[in-house]
Design a protein around this ligand. Sequence first.
Ligand code: HEM
Length: 418
Amino acid sequence: MALTLQDDIDEVIVDPRTYGDEHAYHRAFAQLRAHDPVHWTSPRDFRPFWAVTRHADIMAVESNPANFLNDPRQFLVSIADEEMLFAQTGSRNFARNLVAMDDPDHRAYRALTSAWFGAKSVRSLETEIAALARETVDRMLASGGSCDFAKEIAAWYPLRTIMIVLGVPQEDEPLMLRLSQKLFGSTDAETGGGDAMASMVEAFAAFNAYFDRITQDRRANPRNDVASILANATIDGKPIGDSERNAYYLIVAAAGHDTTSSAISGGLLALLQNPDQMARLRADPELIGNAVEEFIRWTSPVKHFFRTAVADCVVGGKQVRAGDSLMMCYPSGNRDETAFDAPFDFRVDRADARKHIAFGYGPHLCLGNMLAKLEMRLLFKELLERTADIQLAGAPAWVEANFVSGLKRLPISFTART
Ligand code: HEM
């Protein structure tokens, strides 16, 4: 590791290419943790912010929602794009969804679906998701000994799960996949088309039109799904607003699958690159639950969220002013040497894996965290039981995006267990 901060560190922190190269990312953030863990970052094209890179400082900020708000800045958007968005929509936020809200609204909106994503309800989905995991591995095994695991397997399985939860018909899944890839991978030329803001605005409008149709349907024919809850939801006796409802669908649909796909394909890659860990897991399938925590710590698919300080305060020894924004650098917190034993070792039996902050922390802790873990546990169980061997069959490639990113290609070859 280099001992000093590289000169262009502020640009490196925001550059989507940093996130398409895990070594570049971890090199840069290890320097930050060592030398300037709460770093004032002034990149050319973005409003400045504090990059918060240590586990303890991220937890301290996220567990103090009275002083660190989610509104008005949630993720990195360039100044030019913020201005374009403002000119087009009159707002600096894409959508008023859970991650853009603070209390009391956040508490009220989160309560609408929190039971759906709670332990009891997620457990009740186990049989259905286990069947889906089986079908997914059936499809992989039928593909003749090799496939692109990221594209053909990991992209579809969480998407199908979240569509079941939402209540979106299977035939609309390709549309959902295309739109959310545009939204999250918008800076990657292959997945987003390269023009970040145009890609996002276009995807956003298409999502809204789609969910307006779903709302009409669920008002006429309510069912037992999240779409019906949102279509008919009221707060303080009044129906929730159209834009809040669509924003809610969007966050559940989009946040619910790209993230989990990335953790699944990144988890498999880590096993392939650490054959001793693959052997350990195959020998002791009881470890899958812990291994899933380690996959999520290792991959940290959500690269950041922001908070904005209400009052002057000190974070990690730095004087933060009211109105300053802070970037929570989750993958960095998950490799923090002061929080994890040998954080750059990938270990399926890591005792401290559950301490990861890949799902955030505090009142905004990922709503879908139990669902994501269940999906992953069931898929890896099926995958390991039904294959005798899996090998890397080409170079993996990552999406170049600084908000949510993971593998876009993972070529593998495999032998089915007979
Ligand atoms: C491995 C997979 C996933 C990762 C790494 C992940 C990560 C995150 C992170 C970092 C946050 C912000 C937390 C914070 O600000 O403290 C978040 C929030 C959220 N996630 Fe996930 N997520 C995953 C899967 C899912 C799934 C399957 C769903 C399905 C519903 C989901 C829905 C949400 C929602 C609705 C929020 C907003 C919660 C709020 O602001 O109250 N996520 N997630």
